[in-house]
Structure formats: structure tokens, C-alpha cells
Design a protein around this ligand. Sequence first.
Ligand code: AMP
Ligand code: MG
Length: 493
Amino acid sequence: MSVDAPPVFVFDRSDFRELRGLYEPWQAAQAPAPALVVLNEALAAELGVDADALRAPDGVAILAGNATPEGTTPVAQAYAGHQFGMFQPRLGDGRALLLGEVLDVNGRRRDLHLKGSGRTPFARGGDGKAAVGPMLREYVIGEAMHALGIPTTRALAVVVTGDHVARDTLLPGAVLTRVAASHLRVGTFQFAATHDDPTLVRRLADHAIARHHPHAVEAKNRYLAFFEGVVDAQASLVARWMLVGFIHGVMNTDNMTISGETIDYGPCAFMDTFDPATVFSSIDHGGRYAYGNQPQIAQWNLARLAETLLPLFDVEMESAVAAATVVLQSFPDRYQRYWSDGMREKLGLGADRPGAGRLIEDLLALLQAQTVDFTSCFRALSSAVLGDTTPARSLFTEPSAFDAWSTRWRAQQSSQTRHPRAIAEAMDQVNPVYIPRNHQVEEALAAASEGDLGPFHRLLDVLVQPFEERPGLESYAAPAPSTFGPYRTFCGT
Ligand code: AMP
Ligand code: MG
């Protein structure tokens, strides 16, 4: 009697498939010579998937899109979206497929999704492919974000296809396997709202409520409570980006999730010296998605979500708009609360006291005026709590201004009963030593594109423990040398 090997993935029934009109069943393109580049063993374990089975030829065939795993039919998901403020009624997965949904070892429902797996009915002019560099970039930055404690989609694996893709030059083609709480986006609602079937938005909202905001069913107005849940999740998410200097780079409504996870690591990058006007994306000419604009843009995107939900809020349009406006206008306060709570933690200040806000603003103004590295400065502050101000002072060209600020800061801190050591340790748990420095990421990806994965794995090892300072890794903590830059990023193709 032969015993069949158990399936690599065990797919659960997917309610999303009930939402006809929001997807097209589709098959991935065949990769001529798939080979595994990197596998996320920690994430595989979380999914309850056997890493060895994924490394085996049958596993790699699934990750490359060459074999459809048992128990599922892949689909390309439909969505619309505002790209740089312009509405595009039909975007969708042009080069991606949703394989299916699995329940992880904690019982959480996760989407498994292939990116770079060939043209779909939503491909428009695109070739449906992805180059290995941008897919590894998505992998490493997603893992860094996860390790920083920021909600994010994550990469399970990157395989090269054996094909080449034509960009500025010919580059190795690749497929990324992405894991997400779901791939529902603001743009999914925008697409549903343009559909002939008036029940589609309601059914999509019911699906999203069950999946991400189940508490909303208990509310008097569940759709308004759902909207409020998304507003709050995004306020929290964007605050967390801001607290580590993350710039998403392309906050189009199709790149904003309903779950509150960060998605789509294209032109994203971390800010070095503090400046709200920082933009890295080569296509963001107007600075729409600059660091300092991110909270406002999130609110703008949420207004687009609200527009799709208005008929569900109230049968009277006027009342629906009024209700939506109240929730939407709660965004700045929610954001501000998440941001200032996070900033107080970064500065080792306890409960909110008068003056804390000014202290935060004044430090940021100093960082900007003296072009100080954001990450290095916050990390150096824990030494100052323990009596050594040198690491922080030395970052300023005119340290006297820092000294004056520091005196005020220490005075606020001294009102706490916590021991300075406890304060410093807590600060080191929220102020990373290691972030994905742009020059390090570029170096690792350039080597990987030449077939040398050593630098990529070393960088990944550093970034998965961002708060643990380790000897020998000083170069990973340092800002880019002055010879690097100006840095430009490109939409992940
Ligand atoms: P993004 O900028 O990655 O968020 O993608 C925006 C839209 O362009 C989405 O609908 C993608 O599916 C589509 N897209 C991006 N690159 C490609 C490609 N190479 N082939 C087909 N569609 C693509
Ligand atoms: Mg996208």
C-alpha cells in the first residue's frame, strides 16, 4: 500500500470565492527552470508548513506557479484605485494570483499569494513578470518591518523562474510568495462600488467584517463600526511607520489594506536624516507621498473608502455623509494619540504630561535643522539616560542646542519612579539599532542579482533582531557614507 505524501498546504474554504465579480480564476505561467532563492522557515513554521516539503521539487513547483496545489483554484483579484490621486477603475492582480487561504498554527486566516506569476486578465500593458531584485527587496523589508513589530504582509519565499525579464536591462525573473491577513484593499471596495450588482459592496463589507473587524457586528451600525475599525487600524499603522522613519512611497488606494497591514514594498525606503519632505520614489515628482504627508494621505484614502460605503451607513444620503464625516474626522486625533504615545516611549517619558508634545516637536526641529540621522539619534538617547550623553551629542554639529533640549528632557524624565536602567532598557526595545539602510539594501540586492546571496542573508540576519545591538555589526547601524546618494527608488517591477 502506498502512502501519499500529505499536501504542502492545507487550504481552508474561502468565503472570498462567494464574491463573484471580484476575481477571475486563472493559472500561473510556467517557469522554465524554477529554483528556490530564499525560504522563510520561521514563517513556514507559523503556517504549519513543512519547510523541507517546500524545498523539494514539488514544493518549489508550487512556489513558482508551475503546479497548482491540491484543494484550491488560483484567482486573480480585481480592484480599482486612485493612483497619485487619479481614479483607475480597473487595476487588479496584473501579475499576481491568490492561491488560497490557510489557517496558521494560531488559527489565524492567511492568504497565500504569488507575485510575478505571469500575465492575468488585469495585466493591461504589463508583462506579468517580476525581477528578482525587487522581490528580494519586498522580502527583506517586509521581514524588517515584522521584526520592528509593525503589521505587514510577509514573504514566504522567492524563487527564480529561469526566465529573463526585460526592464532597463535583462534581469532574472522571480516569483514571490506573499502571506497576508488578506489582500482586501480600499481599491477592492472601489472596484465593487462600480459594479452593476448593488449587493456586492454589502457582501464584500460583510466578508471584511467577519475577517478583520468581527466586533463590528455587535454595533448598532455595523458598517460604520467597520469603517471606524479600518480608520483606527490605519491611524495606528501609519503612526508606527512614522515612528521608525518608514516611507511607503506609493500610498495609492490599491496599496492600502483593510486589515491594517503594510502592503506592496515597491519604492519604499527608510528616512536617514530627519526631514518631513523626504521622498525617494523616482515617480513621486510632487512629493505627494513624502514622509510627512503620510498621515494626511491615509485619511484621504479612507475618505475614498467611506464613499463606497455610504449607502450602507444610512438610506438617507445626508445622514450617511454626516456619520461618515464624524468617523473620518476622528483620524487626526487617533493618529496623534498613537504617534505621541509612541514618541513618549521612544523618549522614555512616562504618562502624558503637559510639555511632552513640545519636547517631541523641539527635538524633531533640532534633528531637521542639524541634519541628524533619525534612527541613530533615538537609539543614542538611552545612553544619555544612563549618564553618557556623548553618543547623542556627537550626532549634532552644534551640540549646545542638544544640551539645552536634553536638560529639559531629563527634567521631565525625573518625575518618574522608574529606575534609569529600566527606562533605558525600555527605550532600547522601541528604538531600533538596525533598520534597512538604503545603501545596505542596494548592496545586498546587487550581489544577489549576480548570484551571491551572502550579503542578503547577512543583512536579513541583522534586521530580524533590530533592537539587539551586536558586536561586529557597527556598519549596519551606521548611516550611508556621504558618497551614497541622492537615493532614488523605483516602483517594484
Ligand atoms: P503596484 O504599483 O505594484 O501597486 O501595481 C499597480 C498595478 O499595476 C497593479 O494592478 C499591478 O497588478 C499592475 N502591475 C504592476 N507591474 C505589472 C507587470 N509587470 N505586469 C502586469 N501588471 C503589473
Ligand atoms: Mg499594488
